[in-house]
Design a protein around this ligand. Structure first.
Ligand SMILES: Nc1ncnc2c1ncn2[C@@H]1O[C@H](COP(=O)(O)OP(=O)(O)O)[C@@H](O)[C@H]1O
Ligand SMILES: [Mg+2]
Length: 589
């Protein structure tokens, strides 16, 4: 049973939707009660009809005859009514339980997606996108099969089995026993076949995701493939994966083909037993022909629950495996966020002896960083590629978790502040631009929490000098940029993400080497624009060249994760050799 323990996490949903489940199960019981009447009416109808045909040859039996005929017809009508009622309750049991599982699926998807959004950068580096996608599609849909169909079938199996066996037992003990003998075999073999089908399905899913990833990568890297003339090797690779998929699909089809013949075979055996033993009993006069028909109907009614027991068990196992994977994600540690206070920044931010090391590295990316950021001033971080500039900015923006004592705001630990509130008060431009495949305007408006006026929009376009570029696009700001912005140049992408950040009414602006692909002339124009806007705000900008940061109030020189010098441009030029060197060789880095 311990293999099913991951499903415990779903009990909250059972509780949340308990009325659906309770009424659903009530409908299961009622539909079974009505269906159990059908064979009884069939037996009585047949026996009456046989009686009618026997007495019709006897003279002067008119009254008896018409009475029996009426009876037989009455049973026919009763069968019809019972069948209708059974159908009605079956409809409601599906509505209540299976339809409800869609609600649970919806809840669970949202729960998982919300969780994803709260996890930090490290998590996304350690998990493949395809895997994350599978959790939220495949696995959740497996779990839905448990929360809906499986629960319904289990209830149905239980009640129909008890009712039918009881009914058979009342009619004839011996025959009931004989009929039940093949059933465990049926159930077990269906269980095994279902398991095989599930395994086959899983293999196909895996192969499919390999193929999807391959196709995706091929299209994304089509320029590399073409320029290196690698088409044929990619084609061969794709062909092989497709062949593998075909093989696995055919294997599965073979197993699938076994399913119904197997059921029919075992059912046939039981039917033969009923006919044979039932026939003997009829001969002895212990049983009527109607009883035989009744039994065959019971048997038919039993087959489905017994077969679905095996199938449902396999479903539950699959759901449990899926839920375990989902639980693994739900149990992931989120970005440390114990604080509840709104972010307030009056005087200064300090980093105290901060050292940061990435999990998968054996040396720290930042070593003993001590610095003070005063409100309303501008700061520059300069250093070679790999010196730790982006890491420092990610720490300041709390993309990476810190201890708390090493990151202080007005003397309070940063962990006092609520994370999302903190983030709403910073504007962070990443070094690696990410754009959505939407219009330029929508990309700029990502994260804008308020109504943005046309004037504000024009303003940020001007500050980032995007306005002149937009004139060259057919649809201007409404131009839809291709997947991840492929239709824009590197510099345009960077300026777009700068515009996006400038639109925010933030306390602190963090710009991570965000003009590296912009030409020198445009760069100096942007820097000048920026120095004339939002002067009361705090600016921190990193760059591997001196030019963009040289007007900062204070510049920090980063070398291999350590701050080796600080001061304004004039001071550093006079006192720091490395800075001088950077300044002179800035185009070559
Ligand atoms: N996500 C990461 N995982 C592991 N190591 C990283 C990661 N990002 C950066 N590093 C390492 O940290 C060091 C500093 O990198 P980074 O902060 O990106 O420098 P810069 O922005 O100055 O180029 C480098 O040695 C780099 O390899
Ligand atoms: Mg960087």
């Amino acid at each position: 049973m311990s293999s099913l323990s991951p499903l415990k996490n779903l009990n909250v949903y059972l509780l949340k939707y308990r009325w659906y489940f309770l009424f659903g199960i009530l409908c299961v019981i009622l539909s079974n009660v009505f269906s159990i009447y059908i064979p009884v009416f069939v037996r009585q109808g047949i026996d009456d009809a046989l009686f009618v045909s026997r007495i019709s040859s006897i003279p002067n039996s008119n009254i008896l005859y018409s009475g029996a005929l009426l009876n037989a017809m009455g049973f026919g009508l009763a069968i019809l009514i019972a069948a209708i009622l059974k159908g009605v309750f079956m409809y409601f049991m599906r509505q209540l339980i299976v339809v409800n599982s869609r609600r649970i699926e919806f809840d669970q998807k949202n729960q998982l997606f919300k969780k994803y959004l709260r996890l930090d950068e490290t998590f996304f580096r350690n998990n493949y996108t395809g895997d994350l996608m599978n959790r939220i599609t495949e696995d959740i849909s497996n779990v839905r099969m448990y929360m809906g169909p499986s629960i319904m079938y289990f209830a149905n199996i239980l009640f129909s089995f008890v009712l039918i066996v009881f009914q058979m037992w009342m009619v004839n003990h011996t025959l009931a026993m004989w009929v039940l003998i093949p059933l465990p075999f049926l159930s077990y073999s269906i269980y095994r076949v279902s398991q095989k089908i599930n395994i086959g399905n899983k293999k196909i899913q895996e192969q499919l995701s390999i193929i999807t990833t391959k196709a995706q990568e091929t299209f994304a890297g089509i320029r590399v493939i073409k320029s290196f003339g690698a088409e044929s090797s990619f084609n061969k690779d794709f062909y092989q994966s497709g062949k593998e998929l075909k093989k696995k699909s055919i294997e599965l089809a073979k197993i699938n083909a076994l399913f119904f013949p197997l059921m029919a075979f075992l059912m046939g055996i039981s039917t033969v037993i009923v006919l044979y033993i039932g026939g003997l009993e009829v001969e002895k006069g212990l049983f009527t022909a109607g009883n035989v028909a009744e039994f065959i109907i019971y048997l038919n009614m039993l087959i489905w629950p017994v077969a679905s027991l095996g199938w449902t068990t396999a479903l539950v196992q699959k759901a449990s495996a899926s839920q375990k994977r989902i639980n693994d994600f739900l149990d992931q540690k989120e970005v440390v966020n114990p604080g509840t206070n709104a972010f307030q920044f009056e005087k200064n931010i300090e980093l105290v002896d901060l050292t940061y090391q990435y999990n998968d590295k054996n040396y720290p990316a930042l070593i003993n960083i001590n610095l003070e950021i005063k409100k309303g001033l501008s700061y520059g971080i300069v250093g070679k590629t790999g010196s730790g500039k982006s890491t420092l900015i990610q720490i300041l923006s709390r993309q990476l978790s810190v201890e708390g004592q090493d990151y202080l705001v007005d003397g309070r630990t940063i962990l006092d502040f609520e994370l999302s509130n903190f983030r709403s008060k910073i504007a962070y431009v990443q070094q690696d631009v990410f754009l959505f495949s939407a219009s330029i305007k929508d990309n700029i408006l990502v994260g804008a929490e308020r109504e943005v006026s046309e004037k504000e929009l024009q303003e940020v376009l001007k500050l980032s000098t995007l306005d002149s570029d937009l004139k060259l696009f057919n649809d201007g700001i409404e131009t839809v940029i291709g997947e991840r912005g492929v239709s824009l140049s590197g510099g345009q992408k960077q300026r777009l993400s700068l515009a996006r950040a400038l639109l925010r009414d933030a306390d602190i602006y963090l710009l991570d080497d965000c003009l590296s692909a912009v030409d020198a002339e445009t760069e100096s124009k942007i820097i000048e624009n920026l120095s004339n806007t939002k002067k009361s705000k705090t600016w921190i900008m990193s760059s591997h060249r001196v030019a963009p940061i040289l007007n900062s109030n204070e510049i920090w020189v980063l070398e291999d994760g350590s701050i080796t010098a600080r001061g304004n441009h004039k001071y550093l030029i006079e006192n720091n050799h490395f800075y001088q060197w950077l300044n002179e060789n800035q185009q070559d880095l």
